[in-house]
Design a protein around this ligand. Structure first.
Ligand SMILES: [Zn+2]
Length: 458
């Protein structure tokens, strides 16, 4: 066991430099042709069950776009589980010794991720790094983009309200250098001191008990450039944080410097470090590893938050309570079943198929196309990945399978992991896991752009 302050520190080992892909252990077999070239053989008992499943997913319509979801629980966690026992085999709990897990439901202590979330946002500076320009200019580097990003990603279920009761720089009593903050700095003692000083400085104007999370937007001239060292960090679920107005400052994101992908795109995409850091306050782990972003590439903002926009994985949307149970399929028994998937970025429809392997790991299948928060998608198709809830944050809890290994990918943006950018499977391509007798076939596209997928378990 690590001390609590270490267990709750997120983002210490972020790197922006792409490195070579290390392939996952499972075999990947391609089919050069559609696996079932005879579409006439439709009426078979097994197919009837399959069509029922297709109906269940395609008829689902989200009723929540644009507003707070009326029936959403005010906590993080998948919606609809209580009503759908079919999803229970896909409800994988986190490992006991995992700091921050992909398991569902998310443990307590994090900020809620549905409904209205009040994000106290303070801009701080130091005597050795005085704020340049106005504090609200710093605020507007992140807003309204961040709240729009969450509104789009959550299909309107997360109503993110950044609030600035103090609109000027909040000057800290010590120089920045005196806090000893560097890459990977733990909560003790520097961050504890900084949070105590923030509370003391803001308390006359702020009721800390009325907020769900804290954003600290540090003046960009404190510390090194983000291209040299990324200091941005979140302390999440930290019940031992300093108390203000009767509540611990348990979920706090600190953003430093100005981060972009090295292409000079900061004004357009630099805000995206904040949705990443806030993702931790909702209980999401880091998906990049010490080697970089090669496990997931640009398919989730918890993997790469630089470069062009990207969405969250469907698994994360389910974990955060942004998908209904009826939008998720769980294939836990032998047989063959077909689903129709709608693009992940669009509200409504079937979004996520889960194929559990054991009590800790599950395949996830979703459709990624260009649109919404997925503006960087350069090869649309069916994304297949493995979620392992026994693997900790920053150690590769999610692994994306590349349908085009060694291709070099189709995205060419500085510091973005390119190899996995063409990972999705297209019509006629098949993913096979022979060891677990699992086959995932992409059967084709519908006129409306949805995809038909068949899952077969032996
Ligand atoms: Zn992180």
């Amino acid at each position: 066991m690590q001390p609590p302050s270490l267990r709750r520190r997120i983002c210490p080992q972020r790197r922006t430099r792409p490195v070579r892909l290390i392939h996952p252990v499972l075999r990947l077999i391609h089919s050069a042709h559609p696996a079932h070239p005879s579409p006439r053989r439709r009426i078979r008992p097994r197919r009837l069950a399959a069509l029922t499943a297709v109906t269940a997913l395609t008829l689902t319509v989200s009723t929540s776009a644009g507003t707070e979801h009326p029936t959403a629980p005010a906590t993080a966690g998948p919606i609809g589980l209580a009503r759908s026992s079919a999803l229970v085999p896909c409800l994988l709990h986190g490992g006991l010794n995992v700091q921050m897990t992909e398991g569902v439901p998310t443990p307590g202590g994090y900020s809620r991720s549905t409904g209205t979330v009040h994000a106290l946002t303070l801009m701080v500076d130091f005597s050795d790094a005085p704020g340049q320009g106005s504090a609200m200019d710093r605020f507007h580097e992140f807003f309204p983009q961040t709240q729009k990003w969450f509104r789009t990603a959550s299909y309107g279920r997360l109503d993110y309200r950044p609030e600035t009761p103090i609109t000027t720089w909040l000057r800290m009593p010590m120089p920045f250098r005196a806090y000893g903050i560097e890459r990977g700095a733990p909560f003790e003692p520097g961050y504890r001191q900084l949070v105590q000083d923030i509370v003391a400085a803001a308390d006359p104007d702020v009721d800390f008990s009325s907020y769900d999370l804290l954003n600290v937007l540090v003046t960009p001239n404190a510390g090194p450039s983000a291209l040299d060292t990324v200091l941005s960090v979140t302390f999440a679920g930290n019940g031992e944080a300093p108390v203000a107005d009767g509540v611990p400052i348990a979920n706090a994101s600190f953003v430093y410097s100005r981060q972009d992908d090295g292409s000079g795109s900061y004004a357009r995409t630099g805000y995206r470090v904040l949705p990443h850091e806030n993702g931790h306050t909702f209980g999401l782990p880091d998906l990049y590893t010490q080697e970089g972003g090669e496990a997931v590439g640009h398919w989730d903002i918890m993997s790469e938050d630089w470069g062009a926009n990207n969405d969250l994985l469907g698994w994360h949307k389910w974990k955060l309570g942004w998908l209904d149970g009826s939008q998720v399929g769980c294939v836990a028994t032998s047989g063959s079943v077909e689903y129709i998937l709608t693009p992940l970025y669009k509200p409504g429809g079937g979004k996520l198929i889960l194929v559990p392997i054991n009590s800790r790991s599950v395949y996830a299948v979703e459709l990624r196309t260009r649109g919404g928060n997925d503006e960087a998608v350069c090869r649309p198709g069916i994304l297949i990945y493995l979620v392992d809830t026994s693997v900790d944050t920053g150690r590769g809890p999610v692994t994306v399978y590349d349908s085009h290994r060694g291709s070099g990918g189709c995205i060419h943006s500085p510091n973005v992991q390119a190899e996995l950018s063409d990972a999705p499977f297209s019509t006629g391509e098949t993913f096979k896991d022979p060891r677990h007798a699992i086959t995932i076939q992409v059967l084709g596209t519908e006129p409306d752009g949805n995809y038909r997928v068949r899952i077969t378990r032996g």
